[in-house]
Design a binder for this molecule. Structure first.
Ligand SMILES: Nc1nc2c(c(=O)[nH]1)N[C@H]1C(S)=C(S)[C@@H](COP(=O)(O)OP(=O)(O)OC[C@H]3O[C@@H](n4cnc5c(N)ncnc54)[C@H](O)[C@@H]3O)O[C@H]1N2
Ligand code: MOO
Length: 301
């Protein structure tokens, strides 16, 4: 192989190796890519379980693959329960805006799910039963109705369809009534509490591991950072508190009550605060929010 700049082109356009004033020796095999430089037939190019990124697609094409076997994204139906929820405008007369209908679909997509339906179901038990019976999603996420009040229909509906409760409440605040059930052989239900920050707790601690497992993704490495300020604890339960990451410290944010979203909207992560609380400077485990870690599909539409 002779590069044009290493030779001389004559009047007829032919390239010659010899250049009178700057002879360039061309070694045998120079500028030729030998076969098998990057891989040999039968080499494993990537470990099983690798996410199919654009770079993986390109490499697969370069290696001559026409198809790839991949674990599909889990399909998720979202059912938003509650007669008190408004779809637009200002809250009034005891009615409040539905914060979870707009929040969950892009968040679930950021966790690697394909959102196949988002339905407002109200507080009618039969409507929830019918919606659940008709759903063929891999995962159903419900919001609200996890407690034991007269219009909390999640538990009664799960009993009615003979679902197996795998997690029925946790020692975590906010979010203690969150639940996980197997509704069919190939379907799970995550019951998120209605309080919006309690729903986020359930999303990150029940829905995220379930979606990750169904998609065969590895768990993120746990990590800790020192808390800049102390955080009051619950006497018996673990608290999840929105924090903003500032250098090598996590700053606990205000407005972290179960019904509040102002803290989490400004947060990078949730800090895991053990029962009894945490002192300033104490190390806390952090659960990253998907857009802060930039990990998976940060696509919001
Ligand atoms: N007897 C008890 N009652 C409750 C307890 C308890 O321990 N004993 N715990 C409370 C806590 S904490 C939570 S969290 C809630 C969870 O109950 P539900 O999942 O049944 O939630 P709801 O009653 O349906 O709603 C609670 C709260 O959140 C509002 N909400 C509901 N959906 C939405 C939405 N899509 N967007 C915005 N806000 C929403 C709803 O209006 C209520 O104010 O149980 C407590 N009760
Ligand atoms: O689940 Mo509640 O405080 O634990 O929001």
């Amino acid at each position: 192989m002779l590069r044009s700049e290493h030779g001389r082109t004559d009047a007829t356009g032919r390239l010659h190796a010899a250049v009178a004033d700057a002879p360039h020796t061309v070694a045998h095999g120079q500028d030729i890519r030998p076969r098998g430089q990057e891989c040999r037939s039968g080499d494993q190019l990537l470990p099983v379980g690798t996410r199919v990124t654009p770079a993986v697609l390109g490499m697969a094409a370069a290696a001559g693959y026409d198809t790839l076997s991949a674990v599909p994204r889990p399909r998720v139906d979202v059912f938003v329960l509650g007669d008190e929820l408004l779809g637009e405008g200002l809250p009034h007369d005891g009615l409040i805006r539905d914060a979870l209908g707009p929040m969950l679909p892009p968040w679930l997509r950021a966790l690697g799910a394909e959102v196949t339906a988002v339905r407002r179901i109200g507080d009618a038990e039969d409507a929830l039963h019918e919606a659940l019976r008709a759903s063929d999603a891999d995962v159903v996420v419900t919001t609200g109705g996890t407690a034991a009040g007269p219009v909390d229909h999640v538990h009664p509906t799960l009993r009615r369809i003979g679902a197996e409760l795998l997690v029925d409440g946790v020692q975590v605040r906010p979010g203690h009534p969150m639940l996980l059930a197997r509704t069919k052989d190939d379907q799970h239900l995550v019951g998120l509490p209605g309080n919006p920050l309690a729903a986020v707790s359930g999303l990150l601690t029940l829905a995220e591991p379930l979606l990750r497992t169904l998609a065969a993704r590895p768990a993120p490495e746990p990590y800790t950072l020192p808390l800049r300020d102390g955080v009051q604890g619950h006497p018996y339960d673990t608290r999840l508190v929105p924090v903003s990451l500032r250098g090598d410290r996590a700053l606990p944010l205000l407005y972290n009550g179960p019904a509040m979203l102002r803290g989490i909207a400004a947060a990078d992560a949730l800090a895991v605060v053990p029962p009894g609380g945490a002192r300033p400077g104490q190390e806390a485990e952090l659960l990253d929010l998907p857009w802060a870690s930039g990990g998976i599909e940060v696509c919001f539409t």
